[in-house]
Design a protein around this ligand. Structure first.
Ligand SMILES: Cc1cc2nc3c(=O)[nH]c(=O)nc-3n(C[C@H](O)[C@H](O)[C@H](O)COP(=O)(O)O)c2cc1C
Length: 396
């Protein structure tokens, strides 16, 4: 448990990078990476190429839910307050007994590994976390084992996201490894025991895991390996088949007791959008709720996650609510905080940063989002996140 004094984080001036950018411009130097999402997305798609772009940018069905996740932020607005001393802002948050300098975290993205040219994207994401102090939620699906990824996060705490396997022994092994490696929370994803209908990937007949990608947490796991006749290095196809056969346990509320019995890590339930589910999660012992619809990749025909957030926060009571889906900018992040999120997850944008420039690219994207959030708070007269929450956001 860290007892970092709150004052340490006041006045960090995340917005200051805009001065660096303008000053560099005086010598003719332009920013290496784009600061806006539209340009970032376009350049990242070129870097990723068609197959990976389909996987990262694609969503379920006609992608209406995915698109509306982002566009729905436009019908929420904040009202500025004047004559408030905002010379210093404090964006720090408390989560799982640790004080973080910023309210952002890096959402779990199972394809980070392949997003960089060297295919070591999970390690690059972890290094971006170490550089920025923004915690990384490492996915079960990765090109590097979770132990290496955790080490690369440096002093910044990290969370481990679990896709719960059908095989209980394997699930226990992955959880125990996350605990031993020093992760600070276990994020259990609830909405992905089966893959949603993703036309872009289906038309290209491409599912990276079935090609042996991002399975290193399984291939290095002693329980997983014990299920194989030959190790993955000798028979990759059989290992992939075993992975497919063991992926995706259907979870029910009764499973919470089992999760609580096998780990001391705080348990975060990812995929909660209904307030009654949030209540149920709290009642069954969840340490945090993660309000998310998986960026619209899993089910189409849903409501934008930002529109569900207030109700989920109310239902969660004192339990922290993590949020993602559609966050593209600093103002999106501040709106989510205004609607009650404890921490805001950045997803696709940082993966696009990885695609453009590895750890530096991802760190730049995160710092840009943070800078916009900080400057928005400065201009709007919100020196603290408490002030952001008190000001709230209005549906327009
Ligand atoms: C390419 C890709 C892979 C993802 N992999 C995972 C994963 O392994 N585990 C998980 O819980 N969520 C995964 N997600 C969902 C993200 O954690 C997050 O909920 C989503 O990206 C939020 O939407 P946004 O990126 O559009 O803001 C993935 C999302 C993308 C785009």
């Amino acid at each position: 448990m860290d007892a970092v004094p709150k004052q340490k984080f006041a006045g960090l001036n995340f917005g200051g990078i805009q001065n660096e950018i303008y000053n560099a411009g005086l010598s003719g130097v332009l920013p290496e990476f784009p600061v806006d999402f539209a340009t970032l997305e376009k350049r990242a798609h070129d870097a990723l190429g068609p197959g990976l772009t389909n996987y990262v940018a694609g969503g379920c069905g006609d992608e209406h839910t995915q698109d509306t996740n982002a566009s729905a932020f436009h019908h929420w607005g904040m009202v500025p307050r004047m004559m408030v001393d905002c010379a210093e802002r404090d964006l720090s948050i408390e989560l799982f007994g640790h004080r973080y300098p910023t309210p952002l975290f890096m959402a779990p993205i199972g394809l980070n590994g392949d997003a960089t040219q060297d295919k070591d994207g999970d390690m690059a994401a972890a290094r971006a976390s170490a550089k920025t102090g923004i915690p990384f939620c490492a996915s079960t699906l990765a090109n590097h084992p979770m132990e290496d990824v955790k080490k690369a996060c440096g002093d910044t705490p990290a969370f481990f996201q679990l896709y719960t396997p059908k095989h209980k022994g394997l699930a226990e092994s992955l959880i125990a490894r996350a605990e031993t490696a020093g992760y600070s929370a276990l994020v259990v994803t609830l909405d992905t025991w089966v893959t949603g209908w993703r036309p872009r990937d289906l038309n290209a007949s491409n599912f990276p895991q079935l090609r042996g990608r991002v399975l290193q947490n399984y291939f290095t796991d002693p329980v997983f390996r014990s299920l194989l006749e030959k190790p993955p290095e000798e028979d990759l196809r059989a290992a992939i088949f075993t992975w497919a056969a063991t992926f995706g346990q259907v979870l029910t509320w009764e499973d919470m007791a089992w999760f609580k019995s096998v780990t001391k890590l705080p348990i975060v339930l990812k995929g909660i959008c209904h307030p009654e589910d949030a209540k149920r999660a709290v009642d069954t012992g969840a340490d945090a709720i993660y309000c998310s619809n998986h960026g619209g990749r899993q089910a189409n025909g849903g409501i934008a996650t930002i529109d569900m957030l207030e109700d989920v926060v109310e239902a969660a009571g004192n339990v922290p609510v993590l949020f993602d889906s559609g966050v593209r900018s600093g103002s999106d992040a501040v709106k989510a905080l205004a609607l009650g999120a404890t921490a805001v997850g950045v997803g696709r944008p940082y993966t696009y940063g990885l695609a453009l420039g590895g750890d530096r690219g991802a760190a730049f994207v995160l710092k840009s989002i943070l800078a916009e959030a900080d400057l928005l708070m400065a201009v709007n007269g919100y020196p603290t996140l408490k002030a952001v929450r008190e000001a709230g956001a209005r549906r327009v």
